[in-house]
Ligand binder design. Structure first.
Ligand code: ZN
Ligand code: ZN
Length: 263
């Protein structure tokens, strides 16, 4: 394969239907009603959205600590909340382990962020998915996600997929984090995220303008665990760094051999 452009594949049933229904010019796409989360008092008024980590912090993402994943997720949510009145509140997770099987989401967090092995790089479900999957964000377990500049920056995946979880479709005509190409290698680490004008216009087309906030549960890990993770000796899940790097090496070899091209 010579063209190794990866696509941020978002293969939910809801998204597939959305793309087909809005194929055409940008103007046509914008004219389509975009379903976001309920906003009781209308545009520009506060929207409360609960979120949780389903299994994202269980140590399966090999190169990132739970602390780093939390920091990346919180930065990604806060980025969207900078431009629209979105109030994200972290709650304890509830619901089945992440998969793409619909479930009854009554009472569950609206956005559940997790990982599972998948043919995509990452995917998300629109808010109007009729099942509990609506709003859920899933990353591929077997990607060597990192925070730094480079191919598998988790911030780029999280900002993009959270955009879908808030109701945004792909942006095909202008520079945008909601462009389906991945990786665009836009971000270089914590504190480096930004949105393009097209992204800001899209989120404000759904919720209006204003600013929201983020309320995260204090992770409060045990001090001893922090010290070990900080020195790289033990991951949050207790595997050694050497074990994790061995596994990443195996995964990378497998990726090269199968050329993970996505539609
Ligand atoms: Zn996408
Ligand atoms: Zn999934």
């Amino acid at each position: 394969m010579t063209n190794t452009m990866h696509r941020m594949a978002c293969a939910s049933r809801t998204l597939a239907a959305f793309v087909l229904a809005s194929a055409g010019t940008l103007g046509t796409l914008r004219a389509e009603p975009i379903a976001g989360w309920p906003q009781p008092d209308g545009p520009n008024s506060p929207v409360t959205i609960t979120y949780s980590y389903s299994n994202l912090l269980d140590g399966s993402l090999l190169l990132l600590s739970a602390h780093e994943i939390r920091a990346a997720t919180e930065e990604s949510l806060a980025l969207w909340a900078r431009y629209a009145p979105l109030h994200f509140i972290e709650v304890p997770d509830a619901g089945p382990p992440p998969s793409d099987i619909p479930y009854d989401g009554t009472g569950d967090p609206r956005i559940r962020i997790g990982q599972h092995p998948m043919p995509d790089i990452a995917h998300a479900f629109f808010p109007d998915d009729p099942s509990g999957l609506g709003g859920d964000v899933h990353l591929d377990t077997e990607i060597p996600w990192t925070l730094g500049a480079g191919r598998w920056n988790i911030l780029e995946a999280l900002v993009h997929e959270l955009g879908h979880a808030l109701g945004l479709p792909h942006e095909l005509d202008r520079p945008a984090i909601m462009n389906p190409s991945f990786p665009q290698q836009l971000y270089g680490g914590l504190g480096s995220t930004f949105l393009f004008t097209a992204d800001i216009e899209s989120i404000q087309a759904i919720y209006g303008s204003g600013a929201g906030r983020l309320e995260a549960i204090n992770p409060t890990p045990e001090p001893g665990a922090i010290a070990l993770v900080a020195t790289g000796l033990v991951s949050a899940a207790g595997t050694s760094l050497a074990q994790r790097l061995n596994r990443v090496g195996r995964l990378r070899r497998r990726q090269r051999s199968s050329e993970r091209i996505r539609a």
